[in-house]
Design a protein around this ligand. Sequence first.
Ligand SMILES: NC(=O)c1ccc[n+]([C@@H]2O[C@H](COP(=O)([O-])OP(=O)(O)OC[C@H]3O[C@@H](n4cnc5c(N)ncnc54)[C@H](O)[C@@H]3O)[C@@H](O)[C@H]2O)c1
Length: 341
Amino acid sequence: MSKLKFAIVGAGVWGETHAYLYKEHPDVELSAICDLNIDKARALASKFDIPNVYDSHQEMLKKADIDAVAIVTPDFAHGKIGVDCANAGKHMLIEKPLATTREDVEALVEAAERNNVRVMVDLHNRWNPPFAVAKQSLDAGELGDPVSAYMRLNDIKWVATDMLPWAAQSSILWFLGSHSVDTLRWFFSDEVDQVYAVSSSGVLRKLGVDTEDIYQTILQFKNGGIATMENGWITPNTHPCINDIKFNITGTKGMINLDLSNNQMIERFTEDKNDRPDVLVRHFIHGKPKGFAYESIRHFVDCLVSGEEFLVSIYDAANTSLVILAIFESVATGKPVKVRY
Ligand SMILES: NC(=O)c1ccc[n+]([C@@H]2O[C@H](COP(=O)([O-])OP(=O)(O)OC[C@H]3O[C@@H](n4cnc5c(N)ncnc54)[C@H](O)[C@@H]3O)[C@@H](O)[C@H]2O)c1
């Protein structure tokens, strides 16, 4: 079988993550890269030997011979690029979130269906080993039926102040809350009926980043499940891991707790810092990319080749975005809000 020809739109931090996986996947030929900043596109092209470089996705879609596109631009830019890729007949792996407005969500789903292209969104917490093992236990009946969940998924401040130049044009709810909502929907095997949320701001604005600091959200599922979700990016930078993750799922017969904030497996002490390096998400072993951030991308390629269904469908991602839009509405109105599907 000939290889699938891939393009990446967005040559930033996560675009590079995609490039590592496509470069090593035996069924992929990484043939094009695009970034509004052509220098960034050229830099990744030279690092990964990518022959075709563009500064506009429209031009790339016209000229490049490609089967699939990874959309790895800032959160707010996924929607319009996705519609253009669908109209050009390209399969897509879209970084989370699918899109950040109702109009973009609906347009993308409509364009994907009309053009019969396959779309997965990189809601990769489903490949996160402790979450996956907890879900297997729930699915095996060991916990009974899910009743209640708690999920904290926070980032250290540095992510908003230094890592993401576009943090103020997004929100911690799009950036991490999309993982939380998808994970909770997955555990409850159900859709969120209504949400009530409050937020707090001030810390990041004082640091020059015009966005909310933290959200607390209560979610009620259609079949009665309840969950509390916390998403913030004001965790102190001295926290040993970028993410602060806690999770509990309580069922009618059992319960599972996860603590992914305090990895004790490796403690590193150097002259100027101590930390606990990541050994789950994204790292290299003997030069090969390893970790669940790569596994979700690999899954997309493998399913394109085999024809199997993606573990995260476009509808999972669309509904996740609609829940987040309801959370914003609840914060703005101070009232519980029904999710409009
Ligand atoms: N799955 C995960 O857990 C995970 C982790 C990190 C980032 N992400 C997602 O990946 C995406 C990119 O994040 P990042 O950290 O790489 O950001 P980044 O700022 O490092 O890179 C984004 C790149 O996109 C380019 N860009 C912006 N608009 C564009 C357009 N219209 N056409 C072409 N290029 C454009 C920018 O110039 C920039 O180089 C975001 O949606 C983010 O939420 C996902």
